[in-house]
Design a protein around this ligand. Structure first.
Ligand code: NAP
Length: 308
């Protein structure tokens, strides 16, 4: 039986494993894809305290090597189910089953994609899913923000401080996000609302050059030159594997506060998969540290002697 199993090898998961292993816990990390999580697609990271500039890949690689050096076991296996047992948890992967006294869920989320050709190629080369991470790279440039929720509205406000021009592109005439943000945006001279429009094509080979928009009522198409497009059309948490076990909110996020404590004793949620206001690299690492410390305490205090 492992002391701690961490599900997901993004920044939150690897940080929690690092803390757990340093705390003397026999720790296993399970990851269905390659390690690193969302940050690996960021070509430049310059908002992590103490690291002036690095690439997302280099950051993830460093964290991966660090956790292995500290004795963490890593397996590239996708978890399919987590079940609570009399003694700890049973974690099932596509290949086998593992037991653990404590589980840290750090499964992250995926940003909803436009599902357009070239989207993957141009991600990190003009297309971004995180304005706070990448906005500064578009200083004095012309950008678009796609979406009508709070994320898109906040992104547009944030970018209006850096960019020469911000086009807010939304598929309906009304925003899903809050009205006070809309009012703030209306005051910004460099923000233009493009509604009701959807993005139907991306232009550029190595770098985004522009987009094609379609007016959703008339079907009329038009081109728009852009240096950057921030896609903010929703997020999908990856919590299906614990959906029957732990409390989720209506959006599918694991209900947990800054202490990463969930509705199930011994199961912690770290990083973007939990209810959370600020989803950043630093907050993912912080969650990892907190979840790791909690798991260590939980395992040390465990007493199975009452179970025959
Ligand atoms: P969201 O509220 O789900 O909004 C997604 C937006 O993207 C909607 O306007 C939707 O359009 C649009 N959309 C969805 N699929 C699309 C597609 N395929 N093509 C074009 N547009 C598409 O997502 P979010 O803005 O990321 O916010 C997620 C949650 O976090 C929300 O509960 C939000 O309130 C919360 N949040 C809170 C804060 C804050 O409190 N400061 C900040 C950010 C986010 P329709 O409206 O037409 O469906």
């Amino acid at each position: 039986m492992y002391d701690v199993i961490v599900i997901g090898a993004g920044t939150a998961g690897m940080s929690s494993a690092l803390y757990s292993a340093r705390g003397g816990m026999h720790t296993l990390v399970l990851e269905k894809q390659s390690y690193g999580g969302q940050i690996v697609v960021s070509p430049e990271v310059e908002n992590y305290p103490g690291i002036a500039k690095t690439s997302g890949f280099a950051f993830a690689q460093g964290l991966y090597e660090q956790m292995l050096q500290l004795g963490v076991e890593y397996k590239s296996e996708g978890v399919t189910e987590v079940v609570l047992q009399k003694k700890g948890f049973l974690v099932t992967t596509e290949e086998r089953q593992y037991e653990a006294k404590s589980v840290i869920v750090a499964t992250g989320l995926t940003k909803r994609k436009l599902q357009l050709p070239l989207e993957e190629t141009l991600t990190g080369h003009g297309i971004s899913y995180c304005a706070t991470c990448d906005g500064a790279f578009f200083r004095k440039k012309q950008v678009g923000v796609n979406g009508g929720g709070n994320t898109a509205l906040e992104d547009a406000l944030f970018l209006s401080q850096y960019c020469e021009k911000v086009f807010l592109i939304h598929r309906r005439e009304e925003f899903r996000g809050e009205q006070f943000l809309v009012e703030q945006l209306k005051q910004c001279k460099n923000v233009e609302f493009l509604m009701p429009y959807k993005v139907v094509e991306l232009a550029g080979t190595q770098q985004l050059k522009g987009i094609v928009l379609e007016q959703t009522v008339t079907g009329e198409k038009s081109s728009l030159q852009l240096d950057g497009l921030f896609v903010a059309i929703g997020q999908i948490p990856e919590n299906q594997i614990v959906a029957g076990l732990v409390e989720l909110d209506e959006g599918g996020y694991i209900v947990a506060g800054e202490d990463t404590v969930t509705s199930v004793a011994g199961l912690y949620a770290a990083g973007d998969c939990r209810t959370k206001e600020v989803r950043q690299l630093t907050t993912a690492a912080a969650d990892g540290a907190i979840a790791g410390v909690h798991a260590i305490r939980y395992v040390k205090e465990l007493d199975y002697s009452y179970i025959e």
